[in-house]
Design a protein around this ligand. Structure first.
Ligand code: ADP
Ligand code: MG
Length: 488
């Protein structure tokens, strides 16, 4: 039974988001950083921490973290330190993970989201730190053994840690989605949740409205989709409120989300939480980020989703709604700009990209970067419609599908072959209108004596005679004039 606890309790959420950085090589070793390779082919003695090996920091990884930090308005630490986080797990061959604890690479910062009310919200970040990913345990169904794949070990990660600053499941999902867009726009992570490139843990607590102290938090892991993140938070809110209502206290614990049931269950309680015994890694010197390096990275920052949304609204006059849809993927907004080089019908570009192009993406499950129709052709199509040479409807149902089918096809060929050009010769159209009216004198008389609804019948006949090619607006105008001229 879902109870309505919202009036009494406030939900508090803090997220910890891991993003795998898409650098060429791993964070402390030279092997390739690629997903989906044969198990245990992408690992070296360094990643496995064989005696006598030493880690060496990949500078590109630091640059990627700085990019994200700058995008979030963080303070970029001039001095940061790598620590060893000690714990035992079979997929962690070293017995420790190299991470950052006291001195992370980025501090503070905010990320703007739409929020749930009228006002946008700026969610506060605590810090962003660098670390290495662990290997992967593959639990074989029905067998009494576990397989280990170390390819992932040493994959560079940033962990973005927010303040406990969100109060609705919707805010948490918005933040997560904005982070996914940001890392993709920055081209530092592919944002693929299914492959685990972007992962999220949610810390959730409840407290009475107005209370100053935070409630006991629960950390929920294993939500591999935005939908599950939302469900897990909603479930936890209900569960924790019910416990508090019943006067029960509970301890800090780690829970796992189970998609099949929509519930969370306890993995381990605080008593059994690891003591990581962090200490600075003696094999790695501190990281110094000079002002010069930071400024060089800053100078090369691309536009972020938020910048693009502003640009689409201010420079191209698009609605908030269209700007949001178009910025969901970087390639879409880049295509928008490419089309806008050839036509100034900006609203129409948005409609095509959010309409026909999106439909093609959904139907074919293809990424927009594989769209077979070039920006020039899309612009040509939009211009031909604006100039009244072809109808919007036929462009969508007849021309666009053919352009999708054959990259080499030109629009003018299709128009010629299919005879899709609009009847824009108004004398010809006038003659057809006359023909139609003369064939139905009694209907015309009825129209003249007040049956205005008959106009639709005349329009239908004209359209039939022109095989739908007549421009409806022009036809309606000419028909009106012709009907006015008829005298009885
Ligand atoms: P730890 O050091 O145990 O990892 P942190 O203080 O670093 O704990 O917090 C980790 C995450 O949990 C952060 O995202 C933070 O915002 C969030 N968090 C901390 N306390 C609470 C709370 N009471 N309710 C919800 N989230 C919390
Ligand atoms: Mg922490």
């Amino acid at each position: 039974m879902e109870e309505n606890y919202e009036d009494k309790y406030e939900l508090v959420i803090g997220l910890e988001i891991h993003a795998q950085l898409s650098t060429q090589s791993k964070i402390f070793a030279p092997e390739a950083n690629q997903f989906g390779k044969q198990p245990n082919t992408q690992i070296s003695a360094i990643g496995l921490a064989h005696p006598g090996t030493l880690p060496r920091l990949n500078a590109e990884v630091v640059a990627y973290a700085i990019k994200m930090g700058l995008a979030c308005g963080c303070e970029i630490a001039s001095y940061s330190v790598f620590d060893r986080k000690n714990y035992f797990y079979p997929d962690l061959p070293k017995g420790y993970q190299i991470s950052q604890d006291k001195y992370p690479i980025c501090k503070g910062g905010t990320i703007k989201i739409k929020g749930t009310g009228a006002q946008a919200r700026e969610i506060k970040l605590h810090h962003i730190h660098l670390e290495e990913d662990a290997g992967k345990s593959i639990h074989v169904e029905g067998e009494d053994y576990t397989q280990l794949d170390f390819n992932r070990a040493g994959t560079p990660l940033i962990e973005i840690v927010t303040e406990p600053d969100m109060h609705h499941a919707e805010e948490a999902t918005q933040l997560f989605q904005e982070i996914r867009r940001m890392v993709r726009y920055l081209e530092i992570c592919d944002g693929n949740m299914e492959e685990g490139s972007l992962r999220c843990d949610a810390n959730i607590s409840v407290r009475r409205h107005g209370a100053e102290q935070l409630g006991t938090r629960v950390e929920v892991k294993n939500m591999n989709s935005v939908r599950n993140l939302k469900k897990a938070i909603e479930y936890e809110f209900q569960r924790q409120c019910a416990l508090v209502e019943a006067g029960q206290t509970f301890t800090q614990e780690t829970r796992s989300f189970e998609p099949e049931t929509g519930k969370t269950f306890s993995l381990r309680s605080k008593e059994t939480l690891n003591d990581y015994r962090y200490f600075p890694d003696p094999d790695l010197p501190p990281v110094w980020v000079t002002d010069k390096w930071r400024e060089e990275i800053k100078a090369k920052m691309p536009l972020l989703p938020e910048d693009w949304r502003k640009k689409l609204m201010q420079q191209y006059g698009l609605s908030d709604y269209n700007a949001e849809l178009l910025t969901e993927e970087k390639e879409t907004v880049l295509l928008f700009e490419a089309v806008a080089q050839h036509t100034s019908a900006y609203k129409d570009i948005a409609n095509w990209l959010n309409g026909e192009v999106k439909a093609w993406q959904n139907e074919t499950n293809q990424h927009i970067k594989n769209l077979p129709v070039s920006a020039q052709k899309l612009a040509e199509l939009i211009n031909l419609i604006a100039q009244n040479k072809i109808s919007r409807g036929l462009a969508s149902t007849q021309i666009f599908p053919l352009l999708l089918d054959d990259v080499a096809k030109s629009i003018s060929d299709i128009i010629q072959e299919k005879g899709l050009s609009k009847e824009d010769d108004s004398q010809k159209l006038k003659d057809i209108i006359q023909e139609v009216l003369e064939a139905m004198p009694d209907k015309v008389k009825a129209f003249k004596t007040g049956k205005k609804g008959l106009q639709a019948l005349f329009m239908g006949q004209i359209m039939k005679k022109t095989a739908g090619k007549a421009d409806p607006k022009i036809t309606a105008k000419l028909l009106q004039e012709a009907l006015e001229e008829v005298r009885y």
